[in-house]
Each structure stands twice: as C-alpha cells, then as structure tokens.
Design a protein around this ligand. Sequence first.
Ligand SMILES: C[S@@+](CC[C@H](N)C(=O)[O-])C[C@H]1O[C@@H](n2cnc3c(N)ncnc32)[C@H](O)[C@@H]1O
Length: 260
Amino acid sequence: MKTGSLTVVGTGIQLVGHLTLAAKAWIEQADKVLFAVADPATAKWLQTLNPAAEALPYNTDNQRRRDTYQEMADRILVEVRQGLNVCAVFYGHPGVFAYPTHAAIKQARREGFRAQMLPGISAEDCLFADLGIDPGRCGCQSFEATDFLIRERKFDRTSALILWQIATIGNLGFYREGSEVRGLTVLADVLATHYGYEHEVVVYEAAVYYPVCEPSIAQISLSKLPEIRVTLASTLYVPPRSPAPANSEMMARLGMIVDS
Ligand SMILES: C[S@@+](CC[C@H](N)C(=O)[O-])C[C@H]1O[C@@H](n2cnc3c(N)ncnc32)[C@H](O)[C@@H]1O
C-alpha cells in the first residue's frame, strides 16, 4: 500500500448534530480536509475542527454538473497522491447521490491507496423521521427524479416512492430559478397516470439549522406540484396508493397459513 489515504465522511443534514463521532475523529486527524457542504456555517465549523480544511472547487461555468463533480474527485486525488491522509467531507451521507465521492474512492484504490467511506445521515433518513415513514411497512423505492422519468423506472405504487433532485429535472447543468416548472409538470403528469392528480404527495425539506428551523413539509395534491416552490434541497415523497394484497398461495408455501 502506498502512503496517502482517503477517508470520505458525511456531515449529515443538520449542522453539527448529525456528524458521527467516527467522522469527527477522521476530520480532526486528517492531514488535509476537503469539503463540499451545503451551508456556510458547516464550512466554518469544519475549519474549527481542522484548520487544514478547504472547500472543494465548485465550478458552475461547466455545462454539465458531472464535469464539476469530476473536478472535485480530481482535486481530492491530487492531495492523496502527495502522500497525505485526506478526509473528504460531503453533506448528508457521502455515498448517497454523490458522484465525486464514489469516483474518488475508486480512483484512489485503482492507484493503490487505502480508501474508505463512512456512512452518514442522509436526507432520506431525516424524511423517515420527520414524516413518520417506516420503510419496513410497505417497502420504499428511491430514485433520482430525472433518471426515474427518462429511464421509465418500474415502480410499485403500493410501496412508498421517494424522488430526489426534483428542482433539476431534465437539467444536467446548474439550477436556475424558474427552470424547475417544466420538469415538475412532466413529473406530475407521469405520476398522475399511476396515482391520479388528486393523490396527496409531500414536498419535503429537512431542517439544517434545527432546532432554530423546522423541517418544511408541504402536503399537496399532484395537480399542484408544478406550482409549488421547490429548492435544491427539496425531495418528493409519494405515499402508496393502496395496500398490496397478500398472495395466499405464497403464504401457504411459507407455512404462514395451513391449507384446509
Ligand atoms: C446531490 S443530492 C445529495 C444528497 C445527500 N448526499 C444526502 O445524503 O442526503 C441532493 C438532493 O438531496 C436531497 N436533499 C438534500 N438536502 C435535503 C434536505 N435538507 N431535505 C430534503 N432533501 C434534501 C434533495 O433531493 C436534493 O436534490
């Protein structure tokens, strides 16, 4: 193994309170900390944990977000190749909807460096807590919203559905205010073919500065989706339309009911 390593950690969603003890220890001990977090207060706080903490480049001049994410991964590798123990910090869970973290770990391992990811608290974890959803009750499907639409992902409407990145549907570049309406309209139309326009959904935003701020939970019918204000932190929760019937043949096979 070469000297130099990469540990990727997540801050969670809420400022300070969501960081695991393990993640904090890695941040404090790292030779170099590189971060991509969603709010300036978290950025400042990371610098108090480790004065060698520096923001990753976030170049919005690129046409595609993917190129900006690749630049972040490349930047992380520059420090690892210098033989430093690098801690890369991303918000939420660092492996959930986070291209640069997976790309950097793969590349580091390919080059013979030790690389690992620690789990963190994602927006979906907050959603389960704030909306009182237990994925064990009727299952849970999670998709990136553009991917859900363009690949016509198969899903089960008797199970919960979570759609991420609803502010940038069909947009491979960067968010521009007002640009979300077209994507939300298409999403509402597609979902309505399965659930009906009257189906109630939730546009959800977990609180970052809890307990100063509360989570935002907007319950609306699908027909209102194109009109609602969304932000880059909005996630859509679509509750199941109806319960799934149990198959009695399968229950008998499993010995759950006895054939008479
Ligand atoms: C690039 S992904 C990052 C996800 C993050 N790594 C995580 O673990 O939650 C950005 C998407 O996460 C969701 N998200 C981020 N912050 C959120 C928040 N405060 N509340 C609800 N969803 C959020 C939204 O769907 C947003 O478009």
